[in-house]
Design a protein around this ligand. Structure first.
Ligand code: MN
Length: 282
């Protein structure tokens, strides 16, 4: 079965040693194989401390982030493009340093609502940045996957088909990162996007339509997990959920986390682990 993971925001909104220990130990205790670290501010992650805690707990890691408008690699402003590459390079350095296997998320634009479609120049700048990042990731031995998110969080690619076409333009070996929360908003169904990706599926987020407890919203998980099983995908499947009970200084606002969908991250995570494991079993 695929390695199962949980996003750090299920546990904590910061990454002090106390928070990191709580998140990593809780992830292991619930039975997950890996924790997905939120690297929005790579400088805030103590690499040595994180690596040691992961090793002490025998836990794997992946890393994700979304850029902001100040580091947007689809910008038309050369100064912003340069800051974007610096942010991505710093994030990759932290990901590699802690031993993360994957770098994923919204790495190709700001993770924010745009007020206009992407211009051709924006697309080309983003394509070039991702071709560059793919080289950096390959050199570091970190798998790169770009997350398909809904129209309110990027204007570059909102469906699997659009992301596949975007990645084709880079000419690089980059995976597609699918997320059931976003698929539920933008795709025709949950089977077709997995089939379209085929062997190019590189990472999977499992989230409910309201980002709370799995099975209490609108996502057709039976179709999705059936498609994942049929695809032969062997990579990470990570549970992602957000509630106002756990707040990250920038990520929670970027994702419009205003509602309290749960209080007890451990109960939530244990439920998600059982829910996902049951449905991924052949
Ligand atoms: Mn996601």
């Amino acid at each position: 079965m695929n390695p199962l993971g949980v996003h750090a925001l299920v546990w904590v909104g910061d990454w002090s040693e106390k928070s990191a220990r709580y998140a990593i130990e809780s992830t292991r205790e619930v039975g997950f194989d890996l924790i997905e670290l939120a690297l929005l501010d790579p400088a805030a992650t103590d690499v040595a401390m994180t690596r040691r805690l992961l090793e002490d707990n025998g836990l794997g890691a992946t890393a994700s982030l979304g850029l902001d408008f100040e580091t947007d690699v689809s910008s038309e402003d050369p100064a912003i493009l340069a800051r974007g590459r610096d942010r991505l390079a710093a994030s990759l350095e932290v990901a590699h340093g802690v031993g993360a296997t994957h770098l994923c998320g919204v790495l190709y634009s700001a993770m924010a609502k745009y007020s206009q479609p992407a211009s051709e120049l924006s697309r080309q700048n983003s394509v070039q940045a991702m071709a560059w990042l793919a080289e950096q990731c390959a050199a570091a031995g970190v798998t790169l996957a770009l997350e398909v998110v809904n129209r309110y969080e990027t204007n570059i690619a909102n469906t699997a088909a659009e992301m596949l076409a975007f990645i084709d333009q880079t000419g690089a070996d980059i995976g597609v990162h699918l997320d059931s929360y976003h698929m539920n908003i933008e795709e025709n169904g949950l089977v077709e996007p997995v089939e379209q990706c085929g062997s190019r599926l590189g990472y999977v987020h499992i989230g409910e339509s309201h980002r709370g407890y799995l099975g209490t919203g609108n996502v057709d998980f039976d179709s999705l997990f059936g498609a994942i099983r049929a695809s032969g995908y062997t990579g990470p499947v990570t549970f992602e959920s957000f509630s106002s009970a756990v707040v990250h200084p920038s990520l929670s606002n970027a994702l419009a986390v205003w509602r309290n969908l749960w209080q007890d991250g451990r109960d939530l995570a244990a439920h998600a682990h059982a829910f996902i494991a049951q449905r991924l079993q052949p």
